[in-house]
Design a protein around this ligand. Structure first.
Ligand code: NOJ
Ligand code: CA
Length: 680
């Protein structure tokens, strides 16, 4: 407690719970509601650690901070404190689109200036922001002659979880980056994990470890070192140091969203709050909306991306989709396989892709005009096969062409094994690397900022993980970054029955996902059933948020099931508000969202392989109003394991804010509800 006299009286109260054996507490900072507190300690040899307490109990034990550098002595010891400052921030900002319209950004900030005296007074700052829903911290490197260029071999940031915990996680650095099933294991059995990595401690506290504002830096993987100690591992670069920066820079924020339950994690806006405000100004040219696509038919092997007799992207076939979109109120039609380069081995190569030349049987300009006459837009497609070098050569021409033709959203793709994307070198030669390396972070953001110049929205597949940059660049509307519906087409293996409920409290904490829901036919290649009921497909539109959403099934399947299809036509993709009403990791989730453009609410509820009945008080509804509830529920005998997966009951009820619905979910099932106020 040696430092106590130097600090504020309030801070001293917190010191007692944070002080380690030999370490001196440099400073503490608590969340606005004082439930979460962070202390920073200076230990033996001038090493810096931090701890996190929640409600007076240790959550993160002493965890090391710092860096290994390739061009200078390490930055993790010999520190002294030069100065510190505390401040508070509280404002509310508006999202151009999102899960909710207004976001409160309220935190206490602690800033510590640290000096390594033995290294010619080399400096570094540490900034902590403590919110009621968690903690973010980052490092700041000032401009200094002692370190004009910083080459980071690795970051030494640790997260030592104090209470025993289970983790929901996905491996990092492996072949199918970000597209593995989410595993549950004791935290001590995690290997190299991607983020968000979500844990539940023995007392029920939930934490999601992630990062915010990943700009010009390598993605952070988390490696289990020993026990429950996780350490940052920066995605390797092709050149040695994972990160190379000149002059002043800041690292991404290292984040811990903290809540009493899984629902609380999803309600947190911490990652968005740690990103910079919108840099694009007016983004009314970004259109949250639904689309259909010449897409599932290729994944089902009914047609091909490449040319030939089975070519999917023909003028005639695309017109069929445009007509269907116009008849049913979809704004967009995605067409994959429209451009030269799909013949032969494109995946992980991309060497033949053209982003301007269409196959001869696809009339790009004519179809774009035909679509617009009917109030529909083509959604562009840029698959790169991971060949970023080739894409960057043509990106501008590709964007220009689409912009000229009135195509205002582009889905991009980077299909390649982890570490095998092709990047342009300074000397014109190409080299291999990870898409989540510093070079990858630069490329994906460049693709988005260049697209903004043409007023194009980007939906990235095989992306770098989402770290909330949609706040700064709201034309980055969505991305994949998890196992999507496509795995249900291919098999080997299909998505597990608990996949959606795992996604909500892991991947979805990072931002929107282009999950491509709505497979009412409930089957993949050769009629292989998927792990879902029809009602669960509908619920996924509400549950798995994305401002642009593809209703993925074939036209004929939507025509076959007009009842459930009505929900797909009705459901919006942009929300004024979002509430998580039930949530248990890997088991079930219910989310209610209020439409941005009407007074309607929509509810999506999903379970794992277990049937369950969830009680749902409708207290979030306007107390003065009566609502019609259009309910799409599993039939009484519905079961994802049998042909009864198709059993769905569609019924109407009048409800008020005092009503309590009983959601009866079948094994592998779900429920979708539209609530519309009754006029008068
Ligand atoms: C993978 C994407 O996730 C999928 O949606 C797309 O159809 C293929 N790549 C081809 O680009
Ligand atoms: Ca994919």
């Amino acid at each position: 407690m040696t430092g106590c006299a130097r600090w504020l009286v309030a801070a001293c109260v917190l010191l007692g719970v944070h002080a380690g054996a030999a370490a001196e507490v440099l400073a503490t900072v608590a969340s606005p509601n004082r439930a979460i507190s962070v202390a920073v300690q200076l230990g033996d040899g001038g090493r810096i650690t931090y701890t996190v307490q929640r409600n007076g109990k240790p959550l993160i034990a002493a965890s090391r901070l710092g860096f290994l550098l390739a061009n200078a002595p390490q930055m993790d010891n010999g520190f002294t404190l030069a100065s510190q400052a505390m401040s508070e921030h509280d404002d509310t900002w508006e999202q151009p689109w999102g899960e909710r319209r207004y976001v409160r950004n309220h935190y206490q900030e602690l800033r510590l200036e640290l000096v390594q005296k033995a290294l010619d007074n080399r400096r570094m700052a540490l900034v902590f922001r403590v919110f009621d829903d968690g903690v973010g911290f980052r490092y700041e490197f000032p401009e200094q002659q002692q370190l004009p260029e910083t080459r980071i071999s690795d970051e030494l940031t640790e997260f030592v979880v104090a209470p025993p915990a289970y983790a929901w996680w996905q491996q990092a650095g492996e072949q199918a980056a970000l597209e593995y099933a989410i595993k549950k294991s004791p935290l001590s059995e995690v290997g190299m994990a991607n983020t968000p990595l979500t844990i539940r401690t023995k007392d029920g506290t939930h934490i999601a470890f992630h990062e915010a504002a990943l700009v010009d830096y390598a993605s952070m993987w988390l490696r289990k070192v020993e026990g429950q100690k996780l350490r940052a591992h920066l995605t390797p670069s092709a050149f040695g140091p994972a990160v190379q920066r000149r002059g002043a820079f800041t690292t991404p924020w290292r984040t811990m969203q903290i809540a009493d339950n899984a629902a609380g994690l999803y309600m947190s806006d911490l990652v968005l709050n740690l990103n910079e405000p919108n840099k694009l100004g007016d983004v009314s040219w970004v259109h949250p909306s639904k689309f259909i696509g010449v897409w599932w038919e290729m994944h089902l092997e009914h047609s091909t991306w490449g040319s030939g007799a089975k070519h999917g992207a023909t003028t005639a076939n695309t017109k069929r989709y445009i007509d269907f979109a116009a008849r049913n109120g979809f704004r967009g039609v995605l067409v994959e396989g429209w451009n030269l380069g799909w013949d032969g081995n494109w995946s992980g190569s991309g060497s033949a892709f053209s982003f301007t030349q269409a196959y001869p049987d696809f009339d790009l300009a004519g179809l774009s005009a035909y679509a617009q006459q009917q109030g529909v837009r083509l959604i562009g497609h840029h698959e790169t096969g991971g060949n970023i070098a080739r894409y960057e050569e043509q990106m501008d021409a590709g964007y220009q062409l689409y912009a000229k033709l009135g195509v205002d959203s582009i889905k991009s793709g980077y299909v390649a094994d982890a570490g095998a994307a092709l990047f342009p070198g300074a000397d014109g030669a190409v080299h291999f690397g990870y898409t989540d390396s510093q070079e990858g972070a630069r490329h994906y953001l460049k693709a988005v900022t260049e697209a903004a110049r043409y007023k194009l929205a980007i939906d990235t597949h095989e992306p770098i993980k989402d770290t909330g940059l949609r706040r700064t660049y709201p034309n980055w509307v969505s991305r994949e970054g998890a196992r999507g519906m496509e795995y249900n087409a291919w098999g080997a293996p299909i998505n597990s029955v608990d996949h959606e409920v795992n996604l909500v409290f892991t991947r979805m904490l990072s931002g929107p996902m282009d999950y491509t829901p709505g497979i009412l036919s409930l089957e993949g290649v050769k009629g292989r059933p998927i792990n879902s009921t029809q009602a669960k497909q509908l619920a996924s539109f509400v549950l798995i948020y994305s401002p642009i959403v593809m209703a993925a099934d074939l036209i004929e399947n939507y025509e076959k099931y007009p009842g459930p299809f009505k929900f797909i036509k009705d459901v919006p993709t942009d929300w004024a508000d979002t509430r998580v009403l039930h949530g248990e990791l890997g088991e079930y989730a219910t989310i209610a969202r209020k439409d941005r453009r009407s007074d309607d609410w929509y509810i999506g509820s999903v379970t794992d392989g277990n049937a369950r009945t969830l009680s749902l008080p409708l207290t979030f509804l306007d107390p003065g109003k009566r609502y019609v509830a259009e309910i799409y529920r599993d039939g009484d005998h519905a079961d994802y394991r049998t042909i009864r997966r198709f059993d769905i009951v569609i019924e109407k009820k009048t409800v008020t804010s005092k009503s309590v619905l009983q959601l009866k979910l079948a094994p592998g099932g779900g429920q979708a509800i539209r609530l519309s106020p009754v006029a008068g």
